[in-house]
Design a protein around this ligand. Sequence first.
Ligand code: NAD
Ligand code: IPM
Ligand code: MN
Length: 359
Amino acid sequence: MKKWKIALVPGDGIGPEVVAEGVKVLQAIEKLDNTLSFEFERFPWGCEYYIEHQKMMADDGIEQLKEFDAIYLGAVGYPGVPDHISLWDLLLKIRKGFDQYVNLRPVRLLNEELTPIKNKSEKDIDFLVIRENSEGEYAGAGDWLFKGKKEEVVLQTGVFSRKGTERIIRYAFEEARKQQKSLTSISKANALNYSMVFWDEVFEEVGKEYPDVKTESYLVDAASMFFVMQPERFEIVVTSNLFGDILTDIGAAITGGMGLATGANVNPERNYPSMFEPVHGSAPDIAGQGIANPIAAIWSVAQMLEHFGEEEWGSVVVETIKEIIDEKKVLTPDLGGKHSTSEVGDYFVEKIAGKLHHK
Ligand code: NAD
Ligand code: IPM
Ligand code: MN
């Protein structure tokens, strides 16, 4: 029996609402498969915790999370606590603390009716964005000079180390080789005359070791257009932290919205736990109403299962999501349905229980 220890960090707003449904799914799988078991521990960290304790997580929070096999996170950030504090002291602290330098964000259309783009089908929108997740524009390096004076200057420095840039690009080449897919680097060397010139050089250098991988290189502005106009151009994409953040919200938009997009924050060396979370945030505009779409969070469960080596279950979860979407019977309002977050979760469990899993 394989036993996986999962730390739950539901966080803020709709975070706890959607994480509850992902947990339901894991518990359903555990019941169906007697070779698997999941143990959960819940950490109440987030903005409410901050208001009570003046900190986003326990002082030894990173230490506490270290012993887990995975972290399952909802969303962080809520009006009342400045975003740069809440995110830097919890979400980004975990990504950095555990060197989760690979962010895997699939952009996959499950049903052509979900895309706002005309004449695009499931085969046209099916790619993986590999986002650098540890440095770049998110290095936290900068300065705020002459605050409030007329000479005021603010610097936000992008940090691109050789180690950090090479490892993400190498990871992407390995993935492209494994999947026999093309690899597109998205950068911006025409304007960012240090960081992205360096990025492009590293991409070219590392690429020499992978003559079997077909490569493309785009500027991020043009790539944003192609994400929308010709998404079929992309198979595997590698890009910097900030570009990856922005591009994957476009990815969400072309595949059905924020309620469906998932991301895995991976430490490939497995020195530390990896973290699985929806791409969306705490959605204060709909929090507390029980109408958040739990599918993105459930898709994160699929990524977690794949990470555990349970690829078969990962596929079952994604297939079941597709079935539910195709049926159009039990969906939340963002997808035109009338059902609640927990009704979608319950329906998912009902469907998955109907499947026999042979080991
Ligand atoms: P958001 O993703 O929370 O919401 C954007 C829009 O998408 C909203 O209209 C929202 O209702 C909708 N939406 C998001 N998830 C949905 C779901 N599951 N079902 C249905 N609709 C959904 O982005 P935002 O409003 O820019 O940010 C809100 C807060 O969340 C901010 O504090 C932000 O910093 C934080 N945030 C956190 C994360 C994270 O923890 N990973 C990610 C993004 C934003
Ligand atoms: C995401 C989020 C985070 C990011 C924020 C909340 C710091 O937008 O995971 O996409 O920018 O990485
Ligand atoms: Mn984002």
